[in-house]
Write a protein that binds this ligand. Structure first.
Ligand code: ZN
Length: 478
């Protein structure tokens, strides 16, 4: 591999003031950047699979080499006890300039069902302007354009417009179990004025948008036992409780007729939308037919009455039964009354709901809904609080100008329905969180044939550079 550590400031890609700072860099370095992208995507860093632990580590080491090659300093693998994170910085912009921490993950989701992929998930290809591979958009591609933006600016100018720190996590796809502890133990190293998260998407290239919030998550496994053994359905059925039926009843009782979650006080802390956010949400294009098609052809939409589909998936909390099991599922029939049943439920939370309060409300709810005498075991499966960046925060202006300059239109503000470690980043580091993400609704994240639209990747590179310049505060000064 040739040495990529050219002396800082030694390359002038020459961009006029009207041009985007990294436009030429993206053109000249195109092939090398693609090569790096492909090399990284070839590493099967599946954090959920213990047999891929060594690959997650290889991915971290590969990321480390990228950060070093970018001219960043203090590059280090940060051990977490799980998948390792990677850190590097460049801190010579002076104390009067802000310190920006850029966050993205390098681990990926499992790939099954493998037979649904049109090309192998860890052999990236570019087809019709899309890069297809597991991790292409979620999130190696998005982490890479951030690293390349730093490299490009350093090569051109020998310096950055801000003090920059990059933190690339290695267990985001399994719910970041050690992330908050890492943030706390590395609080000094990670201290910053603003966080830039590069792990989200936008509505469409012609309808650019930025996420201002993410839902939180709290999940449980619930197991029921009605008897010590399964019973003969002819000899006992009709006279004894059926665990399959009780499990189904319990799961069904999570919602009322209006689609509202039946936990007591569940909606008490849900914050209303500001008029700006409501207007932005209403301005989002929504085509129900297309939405249902993208959702795997669901026959109709459902959910909490009185709210639009976009509101239901972004600004309203939900309870989703993610799995339900009981009794016999093999071929043919087995004439039993099942004695055990279980279901898993994931609550998506919105500001200002709190995972611990929802957990308490859920155990009260279970006590009320499970018939007396039925044995119930609840296993908490982790929780993340929701996150929201106020639209009127000053640093939001820098992001809005960045998106305008790269995509040619002012962004709409959206909320991400998913959950992530962003809340912990903002809370522990006590900094506002900006979301610069180029993913698109059709990117099939977590699914077979994940893709990244390459035009969005190159725009991401430009935007990452512009955002640092905007945050540095002297757009025309260098
Ligand atoms: Zn993901």
């Amino acid at each position: 591999m040739r040495d990529e550590r050219l002396p800082p400031g030694s390359v002038q890609y020459g961009s006029g003031m009207s041009e985007l700072a990294l436009a030429r860099y993206g053109e000249v370095e195109r092939d090398r950047i693609l090569e790096r992208l492909f090399d990284w995507l070839r590493i099967p860093s599946i954090s959920a699979a213990p047999e891929h632990a060594a690959d997650v580590r290889s991915s971290a080491e590969f990321c480390l080499s990228l950060l070093r090659a970018a001219g960043l300093e203090n590059a280090a693998v940060l051990e977490t006890g799980g998948g390792p994170a990677v850190y590097a910085d460049w801190l010579h912009a002076g104390p009067e300039r802000p310190t920006v921490l850029v966050y993205g993950p390098h681990d990926v989701q499992p790939v099954d069902p493998l037979e649904d992929w049109t090309s192998p998930p860890f052999e990236p290809v570019i087809v019709d302007g899309e890069c297809r591979a597991r991790g292409a958009i979620d999130d190696k591609g998005q982490s890479l354009y951030q690293i390349e933006a730093a490299r490009g600016l350093l090569l051109q100018h020998g310096e950055l417009p801000v003090n920059l720190k990059l933190l690339i996590e290695g267990e985001e796809e399994v719910g970041s179990p050690n992330f908050e502890r890492l943030l706390r133990s590395e609080a000094d190293r990670l201290a910053c004025d603003v966080v830039v998260v590069s792990d989200t998407g936008m509505i469409a290239p012609e309808v650019p948008s930025t996420t201002v919030g993410m839902r939180g998550l709290v999940a449980f496994d619930v197991s029921l036992r009605t008897a010590s053994i399964d019973l003969h359905s002819g000899m006992w059925g009709g006279a004894v409780p059926n665990a399959a039926l009780e499990t189904a009843r319990l799961a069904a009782a999570l919602h009322d007729q209006q689609g509202r979650v039946t936990l007591e006080g569940f909606y008490d802390r849900v914050r209303g939308l500001s008029s700006t956010e409501k207007a932005s949400l209403d301005a989002q294009p929504f085509d129900e037919v297309e939405f249902r098609r993208t959702a795997g052809g669901v026959p109709y939409l459902t959910g909490e009455s009185g709210y639009t589909a976009l509101e239901r998936i972004g600004v309203r909390p939900t309870a989703e039964v993610v799995g339900l099991h009981s009794g016999y599922g093999g071929p043919g029939i087995k004439t039993i009354v099942p004695s055990t049943g279980s279901f898993k439920v994931a609550f998506r939370l919105v500001p200002d709901q709190r995972p611990d309060e929802v957990e308490a409300a859920f155990s009260t709810w279970l006590a009320r809904h499970v018939p007396a005498g039925i044995e119930v075991t609840v296993t908490p499966e982790g929780g993340v609080a929701p996150a929201l960046t106020p639209i009127d925060h000053p640093c939001m202006g820098a992001l809005v100008r960045t998106i305008e300059s790269v995509w040619g239109r002012s962004p709409l503000f959206t909320r991400e329905g998913g959950s992530g470690p962003e809340e912990a980043l903002g809370r522990v580091l006590d900094a506002p969180v900006l979301f610069l993400g180029v993913g698109l609704p059709g990117d099939r994240i977590h699914a077979p044939n994940e893709r990244m639209v390459m035009d969005q990747f190159w725009k991401g590179l430009l935007a990452a550079g512009e955002l640092l310049i905007e945050l540095g505060g002297d757009k025309d000064g260098r």
